[in-house]
Design a protein. Structure first.
Length: 226
């Protein structure tokens, strides 16, 4: 199997439970909800196209490529983990996208694990995860937000507010350790921006009224990291 990768980079996790943790990110190209091309935003079925701020189209990012084997991709990822940390700290990789479950498979997970990586996956949840991983983040998107192949995991993280993906829809029939809502900014420019603050006020009020849910922001954007 070939793996289409937009980019591989080293940064800090900026969202959810592991905010602030150093990680190597493998961003897979392609998504099952929209194309990622600007010209398709208005006509895409999923509302995520209106607020998606991730460039996952093509293979032209840092270390982006069509990798022919898991070993080639894992070697590229491992090369970014700081050499001073390699003997002392377990390397951490986040498989993201786009939609990583379109490409994740058991051989890739095995090679990552053999290289010593702790493996996290960030998915929209429409497809099941095939392969052994350590941490699962599900971020459902409307429409049909509850029609998930992955209905359990370590954390659920909802872009907020989304008509058709309101937090209360995920109170029953799902099993997660942590429940987050994350204010939509509608743009990665000048984050946090006016749209973020408007939605953050609503999200904070929702969390105060519904303590099962916690507030997540995009800290990496505040400190200008990828």
């Amino acid at each position: 199997m070939n793996y289409a990768v937009k980019e591989i980079f080293y940064s800090l996790q900026g969202e959810g439970y592991w905010t602030g943790r150093p990680a190597v990110f493998i961003r897979f190209a392609g998504c099952n909800l929209w194309s990622g091309r600007e010209r398709d935003r208005a006509t895409a079925k999923g509302v995520c196209a209106r607020f998606c701020d991730t460039d996952f189209a093509g293979l032209d990012g840092e270390l982006g490529s069509l990798y022919g084997t898991p070993g080639e991709m894992v070697a590229a990822a491992f090369s970014l983990w700081p050499k001073t940390l390699k003997p002392t700290m377990k390397p951490y990789v986040v498989l993201t996208g786009g939609e990583p479950t379109l490409q994740i498979d058991p051989p890739l997970c095995k090679v990552l694990r053999d290289a010593g990586f702790e493996i996290a996956v960030e998915t929209n949840g429409r497809l099941p995860i095939v392969g052994e991983v350590d941490w699962v983040t599900v971020s459902p998107k409307a429409p049909d937000a509850t029609m998930l192949g992955t209905r359990s995991g370590n954390e659920i993280k909802l872009a907020f507010p989304q008509e058709g993906a309101e937090p209360e829809r995920f109170e029953t029939g799902f099993n997660f350790d942590h429940y987050w809502i994350q204010p939509i900014a509608n743009s990665a420019v000048n984050y946090p921006n006016a749209e973020f603050y408007k939605n953050a006020e609503k999200a904070a009020a929702y969390c105060l009224a519904n303590p099962r849910w916690r507030l997540s922001t995009q800290v990496h954007k505040v400190v200008r990291l990828p």
